[in-house]
Design a protein around this ligand. Structure first.
Ligand code: IPM
Ligand code: MG
Length: 364
């Protein structure tokens, strides 16, 4: 019997509600495989700041250090509420980025998947969606502008100024490109390289390294695309994309657009992979406006469990089963109030009922 420790960082807002549904999935997987999951909850995010004085407390670090994988919910407060926390300890800066840095989770997989069962959520026209969208955005997650040196002050003219630096070395670029080429090899052997080399030197180096790495993957066709053009084409012709690779900030922005073309960020799970440790999280925020109402769809959290099964525990078949179970709940006409308006042609259910239906399908 295999046994895995999983740290559960429920986070803020809707985090605890959707985490409950993810736990149900672990139980089903356990019941029919030679595997045991030891689920260890730990405080993380704004709630942890209020209860423990830090958004990523030492006890949580200890749990995560020992864990085989980490499942993390969304973090953050409303704009008003977050003013109660000193800037450096706000959960994005004080917990999330340190988590990524601590475990060096440099490869962020953000699938933008719109099978026909979910097509009705998308704002795109049917002729643009065609047979469905199925692309994988790979975002470099621990470098670039988000992790560069920051400086603020008063300049020689007496004006307030800010300076933030975008840094990558060739090794950081090379390792994420290898990840992307390997995914392209497993999929359609087409890799869209997203960059801004007409302006940014960082993209020039990125593309140089790409030419070197590409030699090792002669079967993969590389298509270069400027990031601004990529934003347009994601709306106009998303089905041309399969694997896309990009640096940190481009990936932050384009992956939210991925949520937009699906119809909701609630449909965006993700995997954050390092060489030693991986954590899994919904790509969306904590949605404080709908927290505690039992109306948030747990898709992104359950999808993150599926990604964990595949990437951390080599349980690819069960991962597929989880995806299929969720899709067939939608196919049966069910939805939750965060994804669908009342009166829309759906059978409205709550967060926990959605989780139960996924469990039902998964158990069939
Ligand atoms: C994301 C989020 C984070 C990021 C924020 C919360 C720091 O937007 O995971 O996409 O920018 O990486
Ligand atoms: Mg983001």
């Amino acid at each position: 019997m295999k046994s895995y420790k999983i740290a559960l960082l429920a986070g803020d807002g809707i985090g605890p509600e959707i985490m409950q549904e993810a736990i149900k999935i672990f139980k089903v997987i356990e019941s029919r495989n030679e595997v045991q999951f030891e689920l260890i909850p730990a405080p993380f995010g704004a709630n942890a700041y209020f209860s423990h004085g830090h958004p990523f407390p030492d006890e949580t670090k200890a749990v995560c250090d020992k864990a085989d994988a980490i499942l993390k919910g969304p973090i953050g407060l409303s704009h008003e509420e977050s003013k109660k926390i000193p800037v450096e300890l706000q959960p994005e800066r004080g917990a999330l980025l340190p988590l990524r840095r601590r475990y060096n989770t440099y490869a962020n997989f953000r699938p933008v998947s719109l099978p026909k069962e979910l097509a009705h959520f998308s704002p795109l026209k049917p002729e643009i969606i065609g047979d469905g969208i199925d692309l994988l955005m790979i975002r470099e997650l621990v470098g670039g502008l988000y992790f560069g040196e920051k400086e603020t002050g008063i300049n020689d003219q007496g004006l307030r100024y800010v300076k933030e630096s975008l840094e990558y070395d060739e090794e950081q670029i090379r390792r994420i490109l290898h990840v992307a080429f390997k995914q392209a090899m497993r999929r359609k052997k087409i890799l869209h390289n997203i960059h801004k080399s007409n302006v940014l030197k960082s993209s020039v180096l990125w593309n140089e390294v790409l030419e070197e790495v590409a030699v090792e993957y002669p079967d993969v066709e590389v298509r270069h695309l400027l990031v601004d053009a990529a934003a347009t084409l994601l709306c106009l012709n998303p089905t041309q994309f399969d694997v896309m690779v990009m640096e940190n900030m481009f990936g932050d922005i384009l992956s939210d657009q991925g949520g937009g073309i699906l119809g909701s960020l609630g449909l965006m799970p993700s995997a954050c992979l390092g060489d030693e440790k991986a954590y899994y999280e919904p790509s969306h925020g904590s949605a404080p406006d709908i927290a505690g109402k039992n109306i948030a769809n747990p898709y992104s959290m359950i999808g993150s469990v599926a990604m964990m099964l595949e990437n951390s525990f080599d349980m690819e078949e069960e991962a597929k089963n989880v995806w299929n179970a969720m899709q067939s709940v939608f196919a049966d006409g069910y939805s939750t109030p965060d994804l669908s308006k009342p009166g829309a042609n759906v059978k409205m259910i709550n967060t926990d009922e959605f989780g139960d239906k996924v469990v039902e399908k998964l158990s069939q």
